[in-house]
Design a protein around this ligand. Structure first.
Ligand code: UDX
Length: 442
């Protein structure tokens, strides 16, 4: 018999977690305040693009193991294991994380919990949040001390969310060191089949578990900005950053992953997480320890302006009146997410400088249009490239990596291509008489 679980939030994290927990054999209810999202999920439709998730959703909804509701009462009555998977976006005009949604779950749920239960937080939060939420939950719930709050950070990547949830590298569980109750047992119950596969299971205190997530994202962001800084040096020195990454990546201590130079990191996690980390470090008197993250952020943001400069340079010094095709607007391939997308930011900057920019993305056009309604959008690569003076690949979708240069040669006005992700076969494009420009490559 599986556990009875409620998952709060049905975004990229929550919907995936709910469906995957049902896939593991548990009975799950997903809770959200957005009726449109709930209706889609109930009908077996994932409200965003995530490969493989629709199948799991449909299978488990059909099997009766997974359903969705907007009712906290229903969730509290049904489940005694609760997961919080709501967003913690960046506050407007500040670096700090906005904890409104996490707080709202605790405030609404806790008073309804009338039997011993566990709330696992999965959202990325500033260190110290779990202890604060635990105290508040105990204060609000009629069962008081019998309600436990533990932290179980989520490390999933968009585009690989199902795989990362069902086959994680590790499970981390932060427990309240002053109250060891049911939380560990509940986690062992929920993740039993993963633990059978010997997935490393690390039990920590609450603060460490919160920091594991933030530190992991800070490290990944640092790795990307490191290689992008090397790309700048390579450009000045006439060296090749891709070969450099291959060569240093052979050292197992460094590793080749996350060393792809390009237009930098975006998305709903890395940019806001490193900023929230700096803000929190400031609050707890450790700001000096994280000044390097300010530079990580600066290097990353500089990628975007450098790309605009590169486009200008390719077009002889000005973007005014130029037609530019932008291929890819999602913050990374296999996703329709455009939150803090470097590609869209670059497209927007070029438009402000007088270019007419047409964007094509295999999955993210709808979301892009909602965020940047003034850009033009095309239904295919060919249409986007029609009459273009410059083509820019800004998200490395497979469709673009494998693009045959001849297939768009007749569409464009000038054969100039900027490879913002160093993902194209340079020789192939040059052989087809294109002026190819990569980043950090001579
Ligand atoms: C990230 C973390 O990887 C994940 O563990 C965490 O749970 C959430 O944040 P995600 O935002 O889905 O996941 O994307 P990720 O694959 O990490 O890519 C982040 C950004 O970095 C993308 O914009 C990507 O294009 C960029 N990137 C990644 C690079 O520019 N170079 C690289 O070598 C790798």
């Amino acid at each position: 018999m599986g556990s009875r679980i409620a998952v709060f939030g049905t975004g990229y994290l929550g919907a995936t977690h709910a469906a995957c927990m049902a896939e593991l054999g548990h009975e799950v209810v997903g809770v959200d305040i957005d009726p449109a999202k709930l209706a889609k999920l109930e009908a077996g439709e994932v409200p965003f693009y995530e490969p493989g998730l629709d199948e799991i959703l449909q299978r488990n909804v059909a099997a009766g193991r997974l359903r969705f509701t907007s009712s906290y009462h229903e969730a509290a009555e049904f489940a005694d294991i609760h997961f919080i998977g709501v967003g913690t976006p960046q506050k407007k005009g500040e670096f700090a994380a906005d904890l409104t949604y996490v707080d709202a779950v605790i405030e609404t749920l806790s008073p309804l919990i009338d039997r011993p239960s566990v709330i696992f937080g999965k959202s990325t939060v500033p260190v110290g949040t779990a202890a604060r939420l635990g105290a508040r939950a105990r204060e609000l719930s009629p069962v008081g001390e019998q309600l436990e709050v533990a932290w179980n950070p989520e490390f999933l990547r968009e585009g690989y969310a199902v795989q990362d949830t069902l086959h994680p590298d590790r499970l981390v569980l932060g427990l309240d060191s002053e109250r060891q109750g049911r939380a560990e047992m509940a986690a062992r119950e929920v993740y039993a089949s993963l633990l059978d596969e010997n997935i490393p299971f690390l039990i920590t205190d609450l603060a460490t578990a919160e920091l594991v997530k933030t530190a992991a994202n800070a490290f990944l962001a640092t790795k990307i900005s490191f290689i992008n800084a090397m790309a700048e040096v390579c450009e000045a020195a006439g060296a090749d950053v891709s070969m450099l990454a291959d060569a240093i990546g052979h050292d197992a201590r460094i590793g080749r992953k996350f060393l792809n130079a390009g237009i930098g990191f975006g998305g709903g996690c890395l940019p806001k997480d490193i900023r929230a980390f700096m803000a929190r470090a400031g609050e707890i008197g450790a700001d000096e320890a994280l000044t390097f993250l300010r530079e990580v952020d600066n290097i990353n943001m500089r990628r975007r302006t450098r790309m605009v400069d590169m486009a200008k340079d390719a077009l002889g010094g000005s973007l005014l009146g130029a037609r530019i095709a932008v291929l890819g607007s999602a913050f990374k391939p296999n996703s329709d997410d455009v939150r803090d997308s470097p590609a869209l930011n670059i497209a927007g900057q070029m438009q402000l400088q007088g270019a007419s920019v047409t964007v094509y993305d295999p999955k993210a056009i709808e979301n892009s249009r909602a965020l940047f309604p003034t850009l033009e959008y095309a239904p295919s690569t060919y249409d986007a490239c029609s009459g273009a003076d410059l083509v820019m690949v800004l998200t490395e979708w497979e469709e673009f990596r494998s693009l045959d240069p001849h297939s768009i040669s007749s569409a464009v006005r000038r054969r100039i291509i900027i490879d913002g992700r160093n993902c194209l076969d340079r020789d192939r494009w040059r052989t087809a008489n294109w002026n190819y420009r990569g980043l950090g490559r001579p």
